[in-house]
Design a protein around this ligand. Structure first.
Ligand SMILES: Nc1ncnc2c1ncn2[C@@H]1O[C@H](COP(=O)(O)OP(=O)(O)OP(=O)(O)O)[C@@H](O)[C@H]1O
Ligand SMILES: [Mg+2]
Length: 309
């Protein structure tokens, strides 16, 4: 699908649901995001400020979330449009490996439910991996030790919360992308989410549960139920977006303070899943949890230095 098709496809769905078409700024935002432009670049093209574009984009993502009945953000709109057109399972190429991307959200929900009624047992045990938000990454160099440490903590020690912390650009995301490529087969459920727009805990939890819970379930389970019933790996990238600037490192914004309780719950409740956090700063509650070794481990990442050049 190219951008023209994507715009038409989106506009058709918007019109069918609301009776309205995309306006020119909404089209420009979609086109810019499709081409991986920043809000500042889109603003320059449209002769307005990046703040205005950010505000309008936020409204557009809310609108499209209603239309597509799933959480739409800058980070995932392109994959939603690409996946929405063709198939609910496609191959995503990461490094040298292929990862199955299985989307159970609308516009595929009807298909998924129908399939589950016919073949419920099979669906329950099927692996479901959603890596549509994984950024593209080139081959990883010189991180064997870090990869081995993470594999030990996640696969052998079964630590429920693992964090990868380091400055912007040091290679946290690239490291975890490679880790995921290597360990994905160990998990029934695998989900990568970027916290770019600081999702509220409520919206994140709803999104996680929709993905993790079996489609045959009639009563909606809690997130902890999901983490118990399947071996899940949940990756939250750019977690620092939930923090406030100018205060103690790792302090949550007002709207995101309930994440602290959420993390403690995942660390201290019995299950066999893992939450992997990628961030510039360590969430402050992790410092307390690290006192109990089996609950949480942090891997600080430094730049590769001269050896990698
Ligand atoms: N070990 C590595 N081998 C090869 N390329 C790397 C390595 N580490 C990082 N890179 C490349 O460096 C760039 C920045 O890495 P990455 O995006 O992973 O940083 P980051 O720490 O996640 O930054 P941010 O916190 O801003 O998201 C990417 O293009 C990535 O592919
Ligand atoms: Mg990153």
């Amino acid at each position: 699908m190219d951008i023209e098709e994507a715009l038409k496809w989106t506009d058709d769905r918007l019109f069918a649901k609301t009776g309205k078409h995309l306006d020119s700024l909404q089209k420009a935002i979609l086109e810019g995001v499709w081409q991986r432009e920043t809000y500042e670049q889109i603003g320059d093209n449209e002769h307005c400020s990046k703040h205005h574009i950010r505000k309008e984009a936020w409204k557009l993502w809310q609108l499209l979330s209603d239309v597509f009945e799933e959480d739409v953000r800058k980070a995932n709109i392109r994959s939603i449009l690409e996946n929405g057109r063709y198939s609910h399972i496609e191959n995503l190429h990461i490094g040298n490996g292929d990862i199955n991307v299985c989307r159970e959200n609308p516009p595929y929900a009807k298909t998924a439910k129908k399939r589950s009624t016919n073949n419920a047992d099979k669906v329950q045990t099927e692996k479901r991996h959603d890596l549509t938000e994984v950024p593209k990454s080139d081959r990883l160099y010189n991180r064997t030790q870090e990869l081995n440490t993470l594999k030990q903590w996640i696969l052998e020690d079964k630590i429920p919360i693992v964090s990868v912390i380091g400055l912007s650009g040091v290679g946290k995301t690239a490291l975890v992308v490679e880790l995921v490529r290597q360990i994905q087969d160990n998990f029934d459920r695998l989900l990568w989410r970027n916290c770019t727009n600081a999702p509220t805990l409520k919206s994140l939890k709803t999104n996680l549960i929709e993905f993790l819970s079996p489609p045959t379930e009639t009563k909606s389970p809690s997130l902890i139920d999901c983490l118990r019933s399947h071996r899940c790996l949940i990756i939250l990238d750019d977690f620092q977006e939930l923090f406030t600037s100018g205060e103690l490192a790792g302090t949550y914004q007002t709207d995101c303070q309930d994440y602290s309780k959420f993390i403690k719950e995942i660390a201290t409740t019995h299950h066999h899943s893992c939450l992997l956090i990628i961030s510039w700063e360590k969430p402050i509650e992790l410092a307390t949890l690290e006192g109990r070794k089996s609950l949480c481990h942090t891997l600080p990442i430094d730049g590769l230095g001269e050896s990698a050049k």
